[in-house]
Ligand binder design. Structure first.
Ligand code: HEM
Ligand SMILES: *[C@@H]1O[C@H](CO)[C@@H](O)[C@H](O)[C@H]1NC(C)=O
Ligand SMILES: *[C@@H]1O[C@H](CO)[C@@H](O)[C@H](O)[C@H]1NC(C)=O
Length: 321
């Protein structure tokens, strides 16, 4: 009888831990095991941005693309192996996501100060994204920690999970809803495009299309950078101030100056509630800073591995031996 009760207790505890997910995450997860972890990540992110200002954008995007494929579990960082094609060559990532070397440097710095393998790669991505936003002018917010790392990754899951810039409004919203995110989250998180750049490949089709609604002066300037037959990799910034977290992105949407079709869809793309939110954030930088932090936390809490699920990877590129 005592054995049975014990057995039930163990099963109940296992079920509770499997079901709780993000509720297991805590802001002070490393305060005992490695109090230097967070300051070390912040220093490394600051150094990386000083070396290359665009890196802040790239680190924010890395966290987003990690979270949109089976939750924030560091899966995007795994290199392909003989038996596994991971996420790095998926459509949205191939030759596009960047920052892997910076994450490697942060991971080894953190392993050094923690005297061992304590901090997960998934947590490093979440903290590096926050530190990038703060370094580039956003407001500080608290990241919940304790994510564990996936032991596999899938190119198909990445192709299914990450939205693409040719989507219309309903597809963008449907994509966010499959991840448990709302219209409000879509508009606020798309404000991540206050940072960084896009390649010509992703906006060229808009420039040479009579029926597109792009502001003519803006289109003319972009046409010089992104010729019909030019290099797909030529870059244009996603808003006027690509290394500052501000509301220029939303103001651009209202002026027909969104770089990507998917961005322009958020304003006059058919959804009045979305238009209202774009106007609101365009006029209220303080609200954008505050709500961006809250939305990043919500995105960062998507389906983490916790407890004894997954592992803490020693090297973010490979599963532990
Ligand atoms: C709503 C759907 C979204 C679509 C369709 C989309 C699409 C894209 C595309 C096509 C690029 C350019 C990639 C390249 O040129 O190789 C890009 C860049 C970027 N995206 Fe998004 N994105 C979306 C949402 C987000 C979200 C939610 C965030 C973060 C919260 C984000 C952050 C970024 C950043 C920071 C960059 C610039 C990266 C760099 O310069 O290295 N995006 N996005
Ligand atoms: C990734 O990009 C490279 C270079 O353009 C290309 O050769 C390769 O086929 C792409 N991989 C996938 C899976 O599309
Ligand atoms: C041109 O724009 C229209 C309206 O946005 C779109 O339906 C069409 O597919 C675009 N054509 C090309 C070649 O991109």
């Amino acid at each position: 009888m005592a054995f049975l009760i014990l057995w039930f207790a163990v099963v109940a505890a296992a079920l509770a831990s499997a079901a709780s997910g993000y509720r297991d995450l805590t802001a002070d997860f490393y305060s005992e095991t490695c109090p230097q972890a967070l300051p070390t990540i912040k220093l490394s992110v600051g150094a990386a941005i000083l070396k290359e200002p665009r890196m802040g954008a790239s680190l924010v995007r890395l966290h987003f693309h990690d979270c949109f494929v089976n939750g924030c579990d560091g899966s995007i960082l795994l290199d392909d192996t003989d038996g596994m094609i991971g996420e790095k060559t998926a459509q949205a990532n191939n030759m596009s996501v960047r920052g892997f070397d910076v994450i490697d440097d942060i991971k080894s710095a953190v392993n050094t100060v923690c005297l061992g393998n304590v901090v997960s790669c998934a947590d490093i991505l979440a903290v590096a994204a926050r530190d990038s936003i703060v370094a580039l002018g956003g407001s500080p917010y608290e990241v919940l920690l304790g994510r564990r790392d996936a032991t596999s990754a899938s190119i198909d899951d990445a192709n299914d999970g990450i939205p693409n810039p040719f989507m219309d409004f309903p597809e963008l919203l449907a994509n966010f809803e499959t991840h448990g995110l709302s219209l409000h989250d879509l508009v606020v998180l798309s404000g991540g495009h206050t940072l960084g750049y896009s390649r010509c490949l992703f906006f060229r089709s808009r420039l040479y299309n009579e029926s597109d609604t792009l502001d003519p002066a803006y289109a003319a300037a972009l046409e010089e950078q992104c010729l019909p037959d030019s290099d797909d990799d030529a870059l244009a910034s996603l808003d006027d101030t690509p290394t500052t977290v501000d509301t220029d992105y939303y103001q651009g949407l209202m002026q027909g100056r969104a770089l990507l079709h998917s961005d322009q869809q958020l304003y006059q793309g058919g959804d009045g509630d979305s238009d209202t939110l774009v106007k609101y954030y365009g006029a209220n930088p303080d609200k954008f800073w505050e709500d961006l932090g809250a939305a990043m936390v919500k995105m960062g809490n998507m389906s983490p591995l916790t407890g004894d699920e997954g592992e803490v990877r020693e090297n973010c590129r490979v599963v532990n031996q």
